[in-house]
Design a binder for this molecule. Structure first.
Ligand SMILES: [Zn+2]
Length: 1118
């Protein structure tokens, strides 16, 4: 480990740097000397310009900038009849028997004890400027659009029935790809015999993945790839026959490069014996075409990487892999007839996600992952492991697409492997792992490099007896302040290194000084404001009553600093329809007071004292208020709502209270009432597959970006709970949550009896989440690379600082890096992520994560240290952002081309010589095609006919801040057989591949993807199982669509319910259960998640996509 070695002399850090497209600044890293002007990172380096210019001024308002008409005067737009059913004049805000209310212009006090009227002249709000498009990057514009992909032929032979409606599932999300008419999407060829791809022998020859690789004396480095089926009876360690895991065309003659592999199914080439069960060894070690599913084929992927043919220094052997695919396969006689002949490639012979996951669990799940070594690839996100911090940030905080970065940009361009880190700065840790230590350096604050402002970390090099240190990021020599001085030991390490977290750990926190605070003032504790839609829809569904009842108890569980007796967070309440009602819940009041603001174009907060209160002090008044709200509005006929003024009001309230905080909005409908941010219904499914499809993802007005920017400046994070019965324009409504680090939850067609468990579970979790407020994140890098692009839920006003009004433990920020200089193998590359935030108790802190990566001059080293799950996370986010600006076909083609280039580069430069017809995948990326295909046919990129525009916008913004584990299961769902393993087994059953072929009609399965949860029941399942799980006597009596399993006192019922609970506990959102019966119409919904199969929306099957990818690679190589 040489991470502490000083970097060799490098050019001054402040040298001119290349400017990447879309990044008009190149001010990364600050200035070359301590006398330089302040760097843009104000929060770290003194006052933030933006903050200082707008000190909180109570009810001050921005100047008018647009001509929003007066409130409550305009008629509802045409074509929105459903919202006008109660008429414009029929406004009833539901005065109850105990309250009286009049509507007057402006605001008025309400209730018996009147507060002073605070009325303001109408001042127009700064709505209306064009979209700032801060988040709409030009990334896709610069992406290479690949050549045309062959249009997808019509699906056939699936045996699916004609489209029917599916009303009962509408509450679940996403209802995607159900009865898709075949879109005109340009999917890879589907459903055709894909030539005669064979599969190479599964053998591996000794040293493997971990073994160091020395390139041959001549020619480029070659790295054979790995794993493939083992012939039955063959053991490990036999003579190397070939590289396993290569799907190959058996002979060049059979399929010359460039040949369309889309011919009709035909007999295999003569060299393959059709009668031969299993695979026949080919001359080059590949196998002949599979003749269909081969359930008994035992071990397709035993292999470990076979770098063994290359001489190289010995390195640790990987743990022996278990018998792969020891997964119960369906019996042939259980399969529909057409499936027996559908594939010409055995699905068991292509890389299996299940196998890779199982192997990693077995190999790496037993030992803790110790972070002391630079460039170590961590275990997969699907593996349970403990982390020991020995100088690098835990993979729970940072995961990289590659842990070995090419030294030059030329190499990086050649490989096309994106260099990105998925960072989750406030990730929650398992109980066995300690939270980061908090370091207090007193008034002097954290020690930093004078030039680049990097924070003290284990990689800083102390010199001159400890009197100075050289920055590991920019090489600047800094003096050590006297109070920080310490002697060095004989190795040059400070003798107190292990006593100081910032010198020995990858992650730690500093207490921030007042210099890191807005207006040079320590922050107040944050506040939560609950803003409840009380329009007709919200009342009718029972939502308001349910929510108010829940809040009474939930307010006792606001986040608190460790050890604190009560939360420091204050709370406030607003209800609204087309006007807003503020509540005074001051502890000294006998009853809450309502104040109405109907001038929504000119939003202000009518009361300061008594709006934000301590829960314990005001408990009686709050309880009274929450009891009264449902009754007060019980008879409302008001169907119109406003939206932007509600956020504006919450933000103004926080501003007046001079604190950061979070708004919890509970909203039901498209905000069509006359007000800033008013929206119209612009849903148009005819735009799908046109160049205008991107507009469905774009906000329809720029008002929300402007509003979001104001929220960010105030540290006002917005969480949005949506309860729509129809289109609400999620693409627009989610702009503020997205840009403020908030979350969006969506409960379509909400009904209390069906959806309350899911909603309340999400709400409880959301309210109790630990959140960092008013945060700024910056990623520094050592010389040679720099952060150039960012993905996630945040706002950026410059090119380097990620501004987050709020950041919780579920949110990730993905950062892409590019070269701006040559990297050095010896010194490697360093990342430092610094997050400045206000804790839930109001403490200003800095959380630091450091990570050291290796650098390589051989492409093989890059390909050996990649992480496909993280690659997919990055590529999905890039594509999901791309849909804002580019036609979807172009986005899909770009993904396919990049994937082909990555794999072709490997094939050309790293793989051992082999037939051109072979598909050779790097071990670390052997799942790239299957996972990429899942991204390509996801609802955002290739929607099924039943997927709504709102669902697509919703998923799009969800994925933007998902971590690697979430994207992994979201794109490739987990499918767990429930009755195959012994009933007494306490471990989670091994998953099976997400394909219909893996379903046995005699079994029951759970499928989950982090958002959805299905229980699929085979038609031939034993009667005893049916009785045990559902308490009915036969399959036909099971209620399709059931969302709760009966609580029955038998081992199977308990086991399945425990498993469901366990799956839910693993995910950040509650997954509602849907019971699906085989051959039932709901099954179509379920089948959409069997992602290895051809999808009804035109998405290719895994096998077909792999063939297509192979073709693309061959075209690149020829
Ligand atoms: Zn520095």
């Amino acid at each position: 480990m040489n991470v502490n070695q000083s970097a060799p002399p490098v050019p001054p850090f402040g040298q001119p740097q290349p400017i990447y497209p879309g990044y008009h600044q190149s001010s990364y890293g600050g200035q070359p000397g301590s006398t330089a002007p302040p760097i843009p990172y104000g929060a770290y380096n003194g006052p933030v310009p933006g903050y200082q210019q707008t000190p909180p001024q109570g009810m001050s308002r921005a100047p008018p900038s647009s001509g929003a008409p007066p409130a409550s005067t305009a008629q509802a737009p045409c074509g929105q009849a459903t919202y006008g059913q109660f008429g414009q004049g029929d406004v009833q805000n539901g005065p109850s028997s105990t309250v009286q209310m009049q509507r007057l212009p402006g605001s008025q006090p309400f209730g018996s004890s009147l507060a002073p009227v605070v009325s303001q002249p109408a001042v127009l709000q700064p709505y209306g400027p064009p979209p700032t498009s801060a988040q709409v990057t030009t990334q896709l514009a610069g992406m290479q659009i690949s050549g045309a992909v062959a249009p997808a032929p019509p699906t056939s032979g699936l045996g699916y029935g004609p489209p029917t409606s599916l009303a009962s599932a509408s509450g679940s999300f996403p209802n995607s790809g159900l009865y898709g008419s075949y879109p005109q999407g340009q999917a890879p060829p589907i459903g055709q015999a894909q030539g005669y791809l064979g599969v190479q022998t599964p053998q591996r020859s000794a040293p493997s993945q971990a073994s160091s690789f020395t390139p041959p004396a001549s020619g480029g480095p070659r790295m054979p790839s790995v794993t493939g089926p083992l012939l039955p009876g063959q053991g490990f360690g036999g003579p190397p026959v070939s590289q396993p895991n290569h799907v190959s065309s058996p002979s060049p003659q059979a399929l010359s490069p460039g040949t369309q592999m889309t011919g009709p199914p035909g007999p295999p080439p003569p060299m393959h014996s059709p009668q031969q069960p299993g695979y026949q060894l080919q001359q080059n070690g590949s196998f002949g075409p599979a003749r269909g599913p081969q359930p008994n084929y035992g071990s397709p992927y035993p292999g470990a990487p076979t770098f063994g043919s290359q001489p190289g220094p010995p390195q640790p052997l990987p743990p022996k892999r278990l018998d792969p695919d020891a997964i119960p396969s369906p019996q042939l006689n259980e399969l529909p007839p057409q499936q027996k002949t559908r594939h010409r490639i055995d699905p068991d012979a292509i890389p299996s996600p299940i196998q890779v996951i199982e192997d990693d669990r077995n190999n790496r799940g037993t030992e803790p992952f110790v972070t002391g070594v630079r460039g170590q690839v961590p275990p997969l996100v699907t593996t349970n492991f403990l982390v020991k911090d020995q100088g690098n940030a835990s993979p729970r905080y940072i995961r990289c697409t590659s842990y070995n970065i090419p030294c030059t940009s030329d190499m990086a361009k050649q490989a096309q492997v994106p260099l990105a880190a998925v960072i989750k700065p406030l990730a929650r840790l398992p109980p066995e792992e300690a939270s980061p230590y908090v370091v207090d350096h007193g008034e002097s604050g954290p020690l930093r490099c004078n030039r680049c402002k990097a924070y003290m970390c284990p990689f800083m090099q102390f010199i001159e007896g400890g009197r100075r240190f050289q920055c590991c990021f920019c090489s600047c020599i800094n003096d050590v302040p006297p109070q920080y001085f310490q002697h060095l030991d004989h190795t040059g390490k400070r003798v107190d290194a292990y006593d100081r977290p910032e010198l020995s750990l990858g992650s730690y926190e500093f207490l921030a000084t007042v210099d890191y605070c807005k207006n040079n003032k320590f922050p107040s504790p944050p506040a939560f404001i609950f803003m409840i839609d009380v329009s007709y829809n919200a009342i009718r569904t029972g939502l308001v009553r349910l929510l108010c009842e829940e809040l009474k108890s939930l307010l006792d569980f606001l986040p608190r600093e460790g050890g604190a007796e009560e939360s420091a967070i204050r709370v406030g309440f607003v209800t609204y329809n087309k006007v807003l009602h503020f509540y005074n819940v001051k502890s000294s009041l006998a009853q809450p007071q309502m104040m109405v603001v109907s001038d929504v174009a000119d939003m202000f907060v009518p009361l300061l004292d008594g709006f934000l209160v301590n829960v314990n002090e005001s408990r009686a008044v709050i309880t009274s208020l929450l009891d009264q709200i449902p009754d007060m509005f019980a008879d409302t006929r008001e169907t119109e709502t406003v939206f932007a003024p509600v956020i504006q009001a919450g933000m103004e309230a926080l501003k007046a209270a001079e604190c950061a905080g979070k708004l919890f909005l509970f909203h039901t409908s498209l905000p069509m009432a006359e007000a800033p941010g008013k929206l119209k219904n612009r849903d148009d499914r005819k735009l799908i597959n046109t160049d205008k499809e991107k507009t469905l993802f774009q906000p329809q007005t720029g008002a929300y970006q402007t509003l979001a920017k104001e929220c960010v400046a105030q540290g006002c994070c917005v969480d949005l709970f949506l309860f729509p019965n129809q289109y609400v324009d999620v693409a627009t409504l989610s702009v503020v949550p997205q840009l403020t680090g908030g979350s969006v939850y969506k409960y379509a067609c909400f009904q209390v009896e069906n959806d309350q468990e899911r909603f309340l579970s999400d709400l409880r979790r959301d309210v109790q989440k630990v959140v960092g407020f008013d945060a700024v994140m910056r990623v520094r890098t050592s010389t040679g690379i720099r952060a150039v692009d960012f993905f996630g839920a945040f706002y950026m006003s410059n090119t380097t600082d990620v501004e987050l009004a709020g950041l919780d433990g579920d949110k990730t920020v993905t950062v892409e890096f590019k070269h701006d200089d040559r990297l050095n193998e010896e010194s490697g590359a360093l990342l430092q992520c610094a997050l400045l935030y206000t804790s839930c108790a109001g403490q200003r802190r800095l959380r630091i994560h450091n990570l050291a990566l290796n650098c390589c001059t051989q492409l093989a080293d890059l390909y050996r240290n990649c992480e496909t799950d993280t690659l997919i996370n990055y590529m999905a986010k890039l594509a999901y952002r791309g849909v804002l600006n580019s036609p979807l076909k172009a986005v899909r083609d770009t993904l396919i081309t990049q994937c082909a280039q990555i794999l072709a580069c490997y094939r050309k430069n790293c793989a051992s010589p082999s037939s051109a017809g072979q598909l050779i995948l790097p071990e670390c990326m052997k799942l790239l095609p299957v996972y990429l295909n899942c991204v390509l046919k996801s609802d955002v990129l290739q929607p099924g006919a039943e997927v709504t525009t709102d669902d697509r916008a919703y998923v799009r913004q969800l994925v933007t801040s998902m971590d690697v584990a979430e994207t992994n299961v979201f794109f490739y769902p987990r499918l767990l057989p429930l009755t195959k393993s012994p009933i007494e087994s306490t471990t989670e059953p091994p998953a099976v591949r997400a394909s219909e072929e893996r379903l046995s009609n005699g079994d029951v399965y759970l499928l989950e993807n982090g958002l959805n949860l299905f229980l699929w029941v085979g038609a031939s399942v034993q009667q005893g199982v049916v009785q045990s799980l559902f308490s009915v006597s036969s399959f036909s009596q099971i209620t399709s669509g059931l969302s709760v399993l009966p609580v029955l006192d038998n081992p199977l019922s308990k086991k399945v319910r425990d498993l469901i609970d366990s799956l839910r506990a693993q995910r950040s959102r509650y997954m509602k259960l849907i019971v699906v019966k085989q051959e039932d119409k709901l099954e179509m919904l379920f089948k959409n998640f069997l992602v290895e199969d051809k999808s009804l929306s035109g998405g290719a099957s895994y096998v077909d996509f792999l063939c297509h990818m192979h073709k693309e690679i061959r075209q690149l190589l020829s």
